[in-house]
Design a protein around this ligand. Sequence first.
Ligand SMILES: NC(=O)c1ccc[n+]([C@@H]2O[C@H](COP(=O)([O-])OP(=O)(O)OC[C@H]3O[C@@H](n4cnc5c(N)ncnc54)[C@H](O)[C@@H]3O)[C@@H](O)[C@H]2O)c1
Length: 261
Amino acid sequence: MTDTSPVCRRLVGRTAVVTGAGSGIGLATVRRLAAEGAHVVCADVDEVSGKAAAEEAGGLFVRTDVTDAEEVEALFKAAFDTYGSVDIAFNNAGISPPDDDSILDTGLEAWRRVQEVNLTSVFLCCKAAIPYMRAQGRGSIINTASFVARMGAATSQISYTASKGGVLAMSRELGVQFARDGIRVNALCPGPVNTPLLQELFAKDPERAARRLVHIPVGRFAEPTEIAAAVAFLASDDSSFVNATDFLVDGGIAGAYVTPV
Ligand SMILES: NC(=O)c1ccc[n+]([C@@H]2O[C@H](COP(=O)([O-])OP(=O)(O)OC[C@H]3O[C@@H](n4cnc5c(N)ncnc54)[C@H](O)[C@@H]3O)[C@@H](O)[C@H]2O)c1
């Protein structure tokens, strides 16, 4: 695997808000953005892991349930009040619970819970971040969708997939609407990543894991640092003409028909 440790400091003086900062992709991104010089504001519903992430990055922790509009507003206000700008919003918190499964087995409560955490949260975070970015005339929003927003799976998690499709469409629309305000909005579409979210899902069902691995041309899941490197690119001015995309970081899954044996 390639070493993704930063070789540049593209984000010096920028303020980045990261949701789901305590674990997985969020935590790897906190580390990467801090290493590139950003002030990082770490948001998580889990106080212990969120605080630890902020301490490690020399940033700020704001305990936030991303489904709560007032808490989300307070998060972005804390970022602005502490550091004087909101330049990057990585709206990343998400869940993938086992009771979200085939449409035939998934209840309305599970459907709604996943929509709230994965999709409504992104609506709330964008709604809170954009006014700061418009006032500055600059900003990069990265919303975590998934490759499942682009491809169908017979191993369905119906609400998760629908929520990520929503994130993708919303990001595209916002990227178009606010482009002339200097704001870029991209949907990040990771392939399967080796994080607690995925480990929990597959530990219970190894057959499900094997069934998915076979579709990945590179033959392995991504590491969180590889996704964090893509976020840092989208956050930085190196991606100044990248907007309203479904930015795939998937090891080639979405391009594959037959994979290597
Ligand atoms: N792991 C993968 O294979 C994969 C692939 C594609 C997309 N994604 C997406 O990437 C994002 C991060 O996933 P991960 O694998 O790093 O997960 P993770 O479970 O390792 O981390 C998610 C973090 O979000 C936090 N969180 C959950 N609900 C929250 C809430 N209501 N408010 C605030 N924080 C909350 C959790 O406490 C946790 O720290 C998710 O949106 C996920 O859907 C993951």
